[in-house]
Design a protein around this ligand. Structure first.
Ligand SMILES: NC(=O)c1ccc[n+]([C@@H]2O[C@H](COP(=O)([O-])OP(=O)(O)OC[C@H]3O[C@@H](n4cnc5c(N)ncnc54)[C@H](OP(=O)(O)O)[C@@H]3O)[C@@H](O)[C@H]2O)c1
Length: 259
């Protein structure tokens, strides 16, 4: 299977690197196109077998899958210039907010199109990746899941949930980082060195996520294990709720959900 990646920025570059490190696609079957040279050179230096070009048309013409990783406002122009074949190729768009309806109007009704929303942890192969499909077979959906499961965790969702789930994952990762930043500030005030506080808090967040993901328990169950009656943790938990912690997170997620 040959893959073209159009755009070698944060997302395109991370997907190219993730694919090259994965087991499903051969590095020589990945072709990345980008207008400026520097990002292409960086990819080539890391993965000499990867193909690079300035021409989107050249990248796409013999690809089975074309990944669009340019800013949303360039998508229409880029996609209309590509020599796409709906019988043989599939389109994968990472562009936020570009709907299947818009793609249909640009590439016709028959094309298999996926909307894929990774988050920035894709660079660590720890992305939460949302995948919505349009005119795709079960095999094609499984292929996308297999590819992006090698870069973290991938889930199929209906397109109508895209905005809500993007708020939880793409925006949500920034809220978790904000928690890390705030907890570090507390640690520093309490006399912990910033670098130490950073590692302590980040590992605690990673541990909390592992507890949920590995044992599939509800957060309340894990919180209950830490909150000894009359103890110090329940005092802090109650203080968070007096200060509107849960409410602030719910409001942030809702305001980030733009349909
Ligand atoms: N960052 C995120 O967290 C995130 C999450 C999910 C989805 N996305 C989506 O991912 C897409 C890319 O975002 P990004 O953060 O990766 O942006 P980015 O870092 O700015 O990358 C965009 C790349 O596209 C290239 N480009 C511009 N015009 C092009 C053209 N006509 N043909 C081919 N390549 C072209 C740019 O090249 P030059 O630099 O040479 O101009 C740049 O390398 C967006 O649609 C965004 O909605 C991003």
């Amino acid at each position: 299977m040959k893959i073209a990646i159009i755009g070698a920025g944060n997302m395109g570059g991370a997907i190219a690197r993730g694919l090259a490190k994965g087991t499903i696609i051969k590095t020589e079957d990945i072709c990345v196109s980008n207008p400026s040279q520097g990002k292409l050179d960086a990819l080539k230096a890391e993965f000499p077998a990867m193909r690079i070009t300035h021409s989107n048309v050249e990248a796409a013409q013999d690809a089975d899958m074309v990944v669009l990783a340019v800013k949303p406002w360039y998508i229409e122009q880029v996609v209309k210039e590509l020599p796409l074949d709906a019988e043989k190729q599939m389109l994968v768009s990472v562009a936020a907010g570009i709907s299947f309806e818009q793609f249909e109007s640009w590439v016709g009704e028959k094309m298999t199109v996926f909307r894929v929303i990774p988050n920035t942890a894709i660079s660590q192969l720890e992305s939460m990746t949302l995948i919505a499909s349009h005119h795709a077979s079960k095999e094609q959906e499984q292929l996308l899941l297999d590819i992006f499961n090698e870069m973290g965790l991938a889930m199929l969702i209906p397109e109508k949930q895209m905005a809500a789930t993007t708020a939880l994952t793409s925006c949500g990762i920034a809220y978790v980082l904000k928690y890390i930043q705030a907890a570090m500030q507390a640690g520093i005030e309490l006399g912990v060195y910033p670098k130490d506080a950073q590692r302590m808090v980040a590992q605690s967040v990673k541990g909390a996520a592992s507890l949920i993901l590995n044992s599939d328990t509800h957060p309340s169950v894990e919180i209950d294990k830490v909150t000894t009656p009359g103890g110090i943790t329940i005092r802090g938990i109650n203080e968070l709720d007096h200060e509107g912690f849960s409410s602030a997170i719910i409001k942030a997620m809702k305001i980030s959900c733009v349909k």
